[in-house]
Design a protein around this ligand. Structure first.
Ligand code: FES
Length: 79
């Protein structure tokens, strides 16, 4: 019996690990998202430090990101 696999296009979630975003909870946010089972990658500063923490979901910029904002964006992409 062969195992079938399905390919799901998961959006890329990038959490800025720059100093301002890290100080504003970016790394904790990344950990929370990973605990939710999401794959998260560390991003570089995008010069949007005034809007920290910054998250990009498939390059869509989320300012002052929270888990709720990220989940809301993911739901929008799945709709
Ligand atoms: S440190 Fe995150 S945008 Fe600059």
């Amino acid at each position: 019996m062969s195992s079938a696999s399905t390919t799901v296009n998961m959006p890329t979630i990038e959490v800025c690990h720059g100093p301002q975003c890290s100080d504003s909870g970016g790394r904790a946010l990344a950990a929370e998202l990973e605990e939710m089972g999401l794959k998260v990658c560390a991003g570089d500063c995008r010069s949007q430090c005034a809007h920290a923490p910054l998250v990009l979901v498939d390059n869509y910029m989320i300012s002052k990101a929270t888990t709720d904002k990220v989940v809301e964006r993911l739901k929008t992409l799945q709709a």
